[in-house]
Ligand binder design. Structure first.
Ligand code: LLP
Length: 428
């Protein structure tokens, strides 16, 4: 559903708006988001999972009030993992019962606020949290619906998964170690204030293979059966988290939502039938797969420095403050000249930012035309997820705006930071 094209002069347009106009009107760097593409992907997930499942968009990938409204209109729910994300969700009018709250160390204040706001699911992640939440809900006279986050012993890596006996990480309660079963006992013991709705699992991120999700589904259903056997209750929900990968470069081959939906529905149905359980309602939490491909970062080239026999360093007017993923995860991105065509030979480049740090790399290895010059505009695709949401003010950089384009019009949905914004926090 992307609406990217080149006009007769070779200028790239998105959503009917050309990038030179965007740069002139809003400045660079800027994140440019295709609203129709975002809505289309949200809808594709909704349709793939159908009426018997819920899609919770993972707000950590990117959250703003406009995005919350789009999600609401397209019939998605929302996963938040901090008080800040919850505040944006509520400010933009997401019904609280359609919000799920995550986090491995939610504070008492945060839990009190979430319960008071009527958040639909709180995903509990520790014994301490179960006690805290039971006390808070009891005090407010509420029976709070919860899921228990478990670790299923599937460790997802970038392009594969491996099954692990031991889980060495901060999230969740171990299935194999017995902590998950103990958490179930503790939540059920607080039946007056906590309503145990189901079990949650999230195996990792940027995953291309459905097999890891299938193993997780099998183990979660196995736990539902053992809960039925021990306590005589059949929990009505399972949430299998997010993590479906997207294409950052042409090497990546992502799965479609329909494919993952069919695989999960099938395995849950079969495992439940084998255990004589009624199939629970399924939820998933895609973040990157919905928002990642919908935006690119638009930069202006400032300097072009050829290093004899090595490569050419192309400096753009942003960098690791607007995209930390290359430095942090060795993530791969591509880059394109978008403000004109060029017949020049390709040259090997490294696209770097303007920060005082040599690790400030946006695109490690790429080819751009040899006549690239200051003032040219370049775009780095697939920066919708975990770029603006992980942006920093390193070197007092000002976080770029997020522009939404649609039907030939562009508008700012998150404005550019200003020096006044930074100075306002510095009270001397
Ligand atoms: N649900 C839970 C409980 C999660 O922890 C996450 C991601 C998601 C859903 C969404 O995962 P997604 O569908 O977006 O892969 N900053 C990293 C990614 C960290 C993801 C953390 N949790 C990155 O830039 O790749």
């Amino acid at each position: 559903s992307r609406t990217v094209a080149r006009d007769t002069e070779g200028v790239v347009t998105v959503g009917g708006v050309d990038v030179k106009r965007l740069a002139a009107e809003f400045g660079t760097p800027a994140y440019v988001m295709d609203e129709a593409d975002f809505r289309g992907r949200a809808r594709a997930w909704r349709d793939a999972f159908g009426a018997d499942a819920d899609v919770f968009y993972a707000g950590k990938a990117f959250l703003s009030k406009a995005v919350v409204r789009w999600l609401h209109e397209e019939g998605l729910n929302l996963d938040v993992c901090s008080p800040g994300e919850l505040a944006v969700a509520l400010a933009a009018g997401m019904p609280p019962e359609r919000i799920a709250l995550h986090g491995n160390n939610k504070s008492v204040d945060e839990l009190e606020h979430a319960v008071k706001s009527g958040v639909g699911r709180i995903v509990v992640d520790s014994y301490e949290e179960i006690e805290r939440l039971a006390a808070i809900a009891g005090h407010q006279g509420v029976r709070q619906p919860v899921l228990i986050r478990i670790t299923v012993g599937v460790e997802a890596h970038t392009h594969e998964f491996i099954a692990t006996a031991h889980e060495d990480q901060k999230f969740g309660l171990s299935l194999t170690g017995g902590a998950a079963a103990e958490a179930v006992r503790r939540v059920l013991a607080h039946g007056a204030s906590l309503e145990l709705r189901g079990i949650h699992s999230h195996i990792g991120s940027q995953i291309f293979d459905t097999a890891g999700f299938e193993v997780a589904a099998r183990r979660v259903v196995g736990l539902l059966a053992s809960i039925r056997d021990e306590h005589g209750v059949e929990l009505p929900e399972i949430d299998l988290g997010g993590g479906l990968g997207i294409a950052y470069t042409s090497e990546d081959d992502p799965r479609e939502p329909a494919e993952i939906a069919a695989a999960l529905a099938d395995i849950v149905r079969r495992e439940c039938a084998a255990a004589s359980l009624a199939a629970p309602r399924l939820s998933v939490e895609p973040g990157r797969a919905i928002v990642g491909p919908t935006a690119f970062t638009l930069y202006e080239v400032g300097t072009v420095k050829p290093l004899e026999g090595l490569r050419t360093y192309v400096s753009v007017d942003g960098g690791m403050s607007d995209n930390i993923r290359t430095a942090l995860y060795d993530a791969e991105y591509s880059v394109a000249l978008v403000s004109r065509t060029s017949e020049a030979e390709p040259m090997l480049v490294r696209v770097v930012g303007k920060h005082c740090e040599s690790g400030d790399i946006v695109v490690r290895d790429a080819f751009l035309p040899a006549d690239l010059a200051p003032g040219d505009l370049v775009a780095v695709p697939a920066t919708g997820a975990y770029c603006r949401s992980m942006a920093s003010n390193y070197n007092h950089a000002l976080k770029p705006p997020v522009l939404a384009v649609q039907d030939g019009a562009a508008r700012v949905i998150v404005r550019r930071e200003t020096e006044e914004d930074l100075l306002r926090l510095d009270i001397g």
